[in-house]
Design a binder for this molecule. Structure first.
Ligand code: CA
Length: 234
């Protein structure tokens, strides 16, 4: 991953002193930070700026962090870290399966938070790539890494956000073979309790999205008895 490009973080937090302290701390860690004080403002900023990661407070006035996360997830697989006030809230919110990538519980140190942010960015494959790599051709499709879209003959092919994250991860690690367990760990997260079959289902969807002949994939190959690899031919 390229370190010279700054990951852009959208911070949605209504408590101003906390928001400003976090923005300062994350800026000092090398992130570019945009701030929003309400859920609605956060959503508007998200749509206008397409940040690399959203740091989202759970308890927000009017529109809660849960609603904001749901709205984001209708059309984006951008990494989201939810900020909760109590560990019990984290359990409850995680149980709702909102599609957040990680959760942090107040209080937390800025060092811990930036480590979590970096881990989530790495896992999602959403760390900004060199500009030439923002649009990559894989199989029959063009992958718009910045817009998180798959294009085929100029038309958007819809896949689930996790499928896109899986594809982005494999693009970032092209030529490396991963087991299903490794992909679950790297893409879904260390605490994901699902089955390795989940990987197969998403891989199947990706093959249909990008391969000329999904049954005989050229790019998204199965490595027998091991797992999967993305091969780039161009
Ligand atoms: Ca709050």
């Amino acid at each position: 991953m390229v370190k010279s490009e700054t990951a852009r973080i959208l911070l949605v937090e209504d408590e101003r002193p906390l928001r400003e302290a976090l923005a300062d701390a994350l800026s000092a860690e090398g992130f570019s930070v945009e701030q929003a004080a309400t859920g609605a403002a956060g959503l508007a900023a998200f749509r206008a700026q397409t940040p690399d990661l959203v740091l989202l407070d759970l308890m927000l006035p009017e529109m809660s962090g849960i609603e904001v996360c749901r709205a984001i997830r209708t059309n984006s697989s951008v990494p989201v870290i939810m900020v909760t006030a109590k560990a019990s809230e984290t359990d409850r919110v995680a149980g709702l399966n909102l599609g957040a990538d990680d959760y942090v519980t107040k209080p937390f140190s800025s060092r811990e938070l930036s480590a979590r942010i970096r881990a989530v960015l790495r896992r999602s494959g959403a760390t900004p790539a060199p500009s030439a790599e923002r649009l990559v051709r894989i199989g029959e499709a063009e992958i718009d890494l910045e817009g998180q879209r798959i294009l085929r003959n100029g038309a958007v092919v819809h896949v689930k956000p996790k499928a896109f994250q899986l594809l982005a991860f494999l693009i970032a690690n092209a030529g490396r073979v991963y087991s299903r367990e490794q992909l679950l760990d790297r893409v879904w997260g260390y605490d994901y309790a699902g089955e390795t079959r989940t990987v197969d289902v998403h891989m199947h969807a990706l093959r249909r999205a990008i391969e000329a002949t999904p049954a005989s994939p050229v790019a998204l190959q199965t490595v027998r008895n091991i797992g999967y690899v993305l091969r780039r031919t161009t």
